[in-house]
Design a protein around this ligand. Structure first.
Ligand code: FE2
Ligand code: FE2
Length: 130
């Protein structure tokens, strides 16, 4: 079965520790997607999506703290894009859709494919060259 998100070189920000965290998040999305595809009782779906939400939120919180610490000018739009993804995950949890795996794959693959290679790459490159 095809994974919803395959790592592409375009995702690399060029900073090893960030890319490592991003790879872990992608793997977690793929793992949870596979578990949801197996079909799970509603409580388990909620718990798995909750785990995904919290792991992603922790990564975002760290990034946002670094941005605030260095008074990064692009902070607001970057944070808004983070919140958009967390809202999407909460929506999937609340909607109790019949096929959470499909909705997860569709929304997250699109977001990850763009965010890493644009907003994150821009921010981390700037940090790296300070
Ligand atoms: Fe990131
Ligand atoms: Fe980010």
């Amino acid at each position: 079965m095809k994974k919803p998100i395959e790592w592409r070189s375009a995702f690399n920000t060029g900073i090893a520790s960030v890319d490592h965290e991003h790879r872990e998040l992608v793997e977690l999305v793929n793992k949870i997607h596979a578990q949801l595809r197996e079909g799970s009782p509603a409580e388990l779906v909620e718990a798995r999506l909750g785990e995904l939400h919290d792991s992603i939120a922790a990564h975002f919180a760290l990034e946002e703290r670094i941005m605030r610490d260095c008074k990064y000018a692009g902070y607001e739009p970057h944070k808004e894009d983070h919140e958009r993804l967390l809202d999407d995950i909460r929506d999937i949890m609340e909607s109790q859709t019949a096929d959470p795996a499909a909705v997860l794959a569709e929304r997250l693959a699109a977001w990850f494919g763009v965010h890493f290679s644009t907003l994150d790459a821009e921010f981390h490159r700037l940090m790296d060259h300070r």
